[in-house]
Design a protein around this ligand. Structure first.
Ligand SMILES: Cc1cc2nc3c(=O)[nH]c(=O)nc-3n(C[C@H](O)[C@H](O)[C@H](O)COP(=O)(O)OP(=O)(O)OC[C@H]3O[C@@H](n4cnc5c(N)ncnc54)[C@H](O)[C@@H]3O)c2cc1C
Length: 384
């Protein structure tokens, strides 16, 4: 992508973010409220439709630009978690939906008329072992009937549509455990109150995450995306983009922490001199800078491979792991540099500190990435 275009988009994102200062996020965080105004501003600017092809009303931009958008949001002290899924969840429809589904949904997702930002995969008992999910969708004439439960379905209360992964054949009846899983596009406006119940989960961060219960929810049979039983593969193909974009948010967080810490330690005087003059204060910030610059190179490698249509599984995983560790190192250095003020809400450090911790757990935890690298890159025995 033309560097100039990316630079211009970065500048317009930074400009948009300047309308949403720390006080805005502090208030939302205190009330665990959804940042509606911020999400609306991004939608109106067309930024959430950047990955949707032009023929469906989007900007048709590559992942490298989406990465720049999310990095910039986080580097400017804002949080893309309220809406990042609107950017990439549609990829399941784009890549695996039929013509009708693409034409019906993508243009409305592009304008923001329809919000598709609920992605329901994780279940309480299965955890990371996705093939052990038990939510079942049973075909009944022109419908599927769904029963089961999801957990950590983020933004479900702020979405019109949901991508759901459910079993259509029980695990005990399939040869390969990843077979028999199917993907559905659910119209939540019709489902809530008619077999779908959403319960918010209060967490250490303001993330609008929920539990979702399915009790004989009936959906039209044409809600199925792609072929029945092939859903696991469809979900996996979307995960690389998700990991690269989350890694970009981590790089943005690291930039915010490093800049905030550096500004503070330059100004704060203790024992008659800036605390930033002490190597004990400088070094953790400098180390996290080196870590984040290295992680950024891996993010770039990953999105370049993705944009060239090449396999980027290892790079997507590695960049998510490295970037989430770099942002955490920067968060730790920033909090420590601020001393007691790091704990004060008005400095934003404690909030960003809490928020940045998530990415070593979600969307995939560090251990599972290490297991992937060991198995697929180093040819070591599968450990689970
Ligand atoms: C705020 C938030 C938002 C989320 N949003 C969504 C969402 O929108 N949609 C969605 O589907 N999910 C979402 N998730 C779920 C998230 O993807 C999972 O929490 C994550 O993948 C980890 O799964 P788990 O919580 O079941 O942990 P578990 O699988 O129970 O794992 C717990 C710990 O054990 C370790 N572990 C497990 N198995 C192994 C092994 N074989 N080897 C070594 N270590 C292992 C893990 O690394 C982890 O540290 C969200 C989670 C959170 C907290």
């Amino acid at each position: 992508m033309d560097m100039e275009v990316t630079t211009q988009i970065r500048q317009s994102v930074a400009q948009l973010c300047s309308d949403f200062p720390g006080t805005y996020w502090q208030e939302k965080d205190r009330e665990r409220a959804y940042p509606v105004e911020f999400v609306n501003a991004l939608t109106e600017a067309g930024l959430l439709a950047s990955l949707i092809p032009e023929e469906y009303g989007g900007a048709g931009l590559p992942l490298s630009v989406a990465s720049a958008i999310l990095e910039e949001i986080h580097a400017n002290g804002c949080n893309g978690a309220a809406c990042h899924a609107q950017m990439y969840t549609m990829g399941t429809i784009l890549r695996h939906g039929n013509d009708e589904q693409r034409k019906e949904y993508l243009p409305k997702i592009a304008t923001g008329e329809l919000r598709l930002q609920a992605f329901a995969v994780t279940e309480p008992t299965a955890g990371t072992d996705t093939s052990s999910i038990t939510t079942m969708a049973v075909r009944d004439g022109d419908e599927y009937v769904i029963n089961g439960q999801k957990v950590w379905t983020s933004r479900a209360e702020h979405s019109d549509l949901m991508i759901l992964l459910a079993r259509t054949t029980a695990k005990s009846e399939v040869k390969k455990k990843s077979d028999g899983l199917s993907v559905f596009l659910i119209d939540m406006r019709k489902a809530v109150g008619n077999g779908m119940t959403i319960r918010p989960i209060r967490t250490m961060i303001n993330h609008a995450t929920t539990e979702v219960f399915f009790d004989n929810l009936r959906i039209p049979a044409d809600s199925l995306i792609g072929e029945e039983g092939k859903g696991f593969k469809y979900i996996l193909t979307g995960m690389n983009a998700e990991r690269i974009l989350i890694a970009s948010e981590c790089i943005g967080d690291a930039r915010w922490f490093i800049e905030t810490a550096s500004n503070y330690v330059r100004d704060r005087k203790v024992f008659g001199r800036p605390i930033g003059q002490n190597q004990g204060v400088q070094f953790p910030i400098a180390r996290s800078y080196a870590q984040s610059e290295a992680a950024k190179l891996m993010v770039e490698k990953a999105y370049n491979l993705y944009d060239e249509g090449k396999n980027c599984g290892a790079e997507a995983n590695m960049c998510k792991m490295l970037a989430s560790e770099a942002s955490w190192a920067a968060a730790e250095a920033c909090l420590q540099s601020h001393g007691g003020f790091g704990f004060a809400e008005e400095y934003d450090v404690e909030r960003k500190f809490r928020e940045s911790r998530l990415y070593q757990i979600a969307p995939i935890s560090t251990n599972l990435i290490l297991s992937y690298i060991a198995e697929h890159e180093l040819d070591l025995p599968r450990s689970y």
